[in-house]
Design a protein around this ligand. Structure first.
Ligand SMILES: Nc1ncnc2c1ncn2[C@@H]1O[C@H](COP(=O)(O)OP(=O)(O)O)[C@@H](O)[C@H]1O
Ligand SMILES: [Mg+2]
Length: 429
């Protein structure tokens, strides 16, 4: 997954030379401070004395932060114990540079065996004790990390979605480092999106579909019991692969059988020297969106056999579809085992959790996620989600917001109007 920086240029701070420190303070700090312009009461610049006072205040602040770092690393177990001649000693990642901003940043050296992910995982535990609402942790070289103390959650505030999307790319959201999470849609894996009601699942899906609808090499397919997701696609080339509502469970099955038959045909006709289909306008990627998955299965289960067949067909699309240009997107309130089986879950390597009602739900899709992150996620704002993807650290991000359902409808209609097959150009031909 690519991340493009959208943040403002960082401020350069004035550096100060080392100073002596008592031995138990560990290695000397390089204190760098932004120009703070502190004035004495009355507002008169006292020149030399002001600078002395500034410096004394900075040093006190740096000391306090240095201790806070040490104590919170111990508390968060971001430390290691070493035996010395005088007994066991706790060692924490060394602070090699401090900038007393704002923004305040620490440059730390990781302990042997530590990874940047270890610091990120501890961030929730460290932040309050460093006087911050959140930490932004960025790697610097191989064994250093820059830690920025943030006054507010970096994910507050909506993220607008720019349309049309860059060709072949899809924006999933913006991460805590203000970087866009973008991906070549051809590299998308099967996806599962969970979250309680009104946590932002549909808005996220609207964003995806609005970006992808215009591309000739994609067909937006699927089943939507709510009847809202596919409404703007009426009359377009996508609509023949979509079923909406809960009136006709047989229609779900017919669509899935058609998709499976096409998948089988594509696999059989793969050229001898290829193991995956090349997606083109003639053989487009079938993005199979299964909205409100629990409701979808409930509807299918009105007839036991239909329910069974629907599950079997979805299982086949998940198991064999990727090489034939099929991507499945399962949207569900909770990815629990009696709704999304362990096998189906395992097939979805792109996993997204909007607000969940407990930590265990986070664990379902993101095994090994820090417990406190899962707990904090039970109060996440709509649109804020956790993402796991192959080769990626667990990432907290904010999904883009198009601006409500009306904006989604307009975006899809506009995207499909540009379509030579179904748009005005096609009608005139
Ligand atoms: N990414 C977002 N940014 C801002 N607001 C959002 C975002 N996602 C959701 N919301 C708000 O939350 C409401 C519910 O979102 P929705 O996607 O319908 O939830 P769900 O499908 O999970 O029930 C939306 O109407 C919108 O007001
Ligand atoms: Mg919804």
């Amino acid at each position: 997954m690519a991340r493009a920086s959208t943040g403002a240029a960082s401020r350069r701070a004035r550096r100060r030379p080392d100073r002596d420190r008592p031995d138990d303070h560990g290695p000397a700090l390089l204190i760098a401070s932004g120009v703070r312009g502190r004035l004495l009461p009355g507002g008169r610049d006292m020149g030399f004395w002001t600078r002395r006072l500034d410096r004394a205040a900075d040093e006190r602040e740096a000391d306090a932060l240095w201790w806070a770092w040490r104590r919170s690393c111990e508390g968060a177990e971001l430390c290691t114990q070493v035996d010395t001649a005088t007994g066991p000693t706790v060692v924490v990642p060394e602070v090699v540079e401090m900038v007393l901003g704002p923004p305040t940043t620490l440059l730390i050296k990781l302990l042997p065996g530590q990874l940047i992910g270890d610091v990120r995982r501890a961030a929730l535990r460290l932040a309050p004790h460093l006087g911050a609402a959140a930490l932004r942790v960025q790697p610097v070289g191989r064994i250093h990390a820059r830690i920025e103390l943030l006054d507010a959650d970096p994910l507050t505030g909506t993220v607008a979605l720019q349309l049309p999307a860059a060709p072949g790319r899809v924006v999933l959201g913006r991460d805590e480092g203000a970087r866009e999470l973008t991906q070549d849609w051809a590299d998308l894996a099967h996806m599962i999106v969970q979250g309680v009601t009104r946590s932002g699942k549909s808005v996220f899906t609207y964003g995806l579909l609005a970006q992808m609808a215009a591309d000739q090499r994609i067909t937006v397919c699927g089943i939507d019991p709510t009847g809202l997701l596919f409404r703007p696609f009426a009359g377009t080339r996508h609509a023949t692969h979509q079923v909406s509502g809960v009136a006709d469970p047989q229609a779900y099955l017919r669509l899935l059988h058609d998709l499976v038959a096409e998948m089988d045909e594509r696999i059989t006709s793969l050229p001898a020297d290829r193991d995956t289909l090349e997606v083109t306008a003639e053989a487009p990627m079938r993005l199979v969106v299964l909205e409100e998955y629990a409701g979808l299965l409930r509807t299918a289960d009105q007839d036991k056999q239909v329910g069974k067949d629907v599950r079997a067909a979805i299982g086949r699309l998940l198991a064999e579809g990727a090489k034939a240009g099929f991507r499945v997107v399962i949207i569900v309130q909770r990815a629990e085992a009696n709704i999304v089986g362990a096998y189906e879950r395992a097939m979805c390597s792109l996993r997204i959790s909007f607000r969940t009602d407990n930590q265990a739900s986070v664990e379902l899709l993101h095994p090994g996620a820090p417990r406190e992150l899962g707990e904090a996620h039970t109060t996440a704002l709509p649109g804020i989600a956790l993402l796991s993807a192959p080769g990626e650290d667990l990432t907290r991000f904010r999904a883009p917001f198009l601006g409500g359902y009306g904006a989604y409808v307009r975006a899809v209609i506009e995207a499909c109007q540009a379509d030579p097959d179904t748009g005005p150009a096609a009608a005139a031909a």
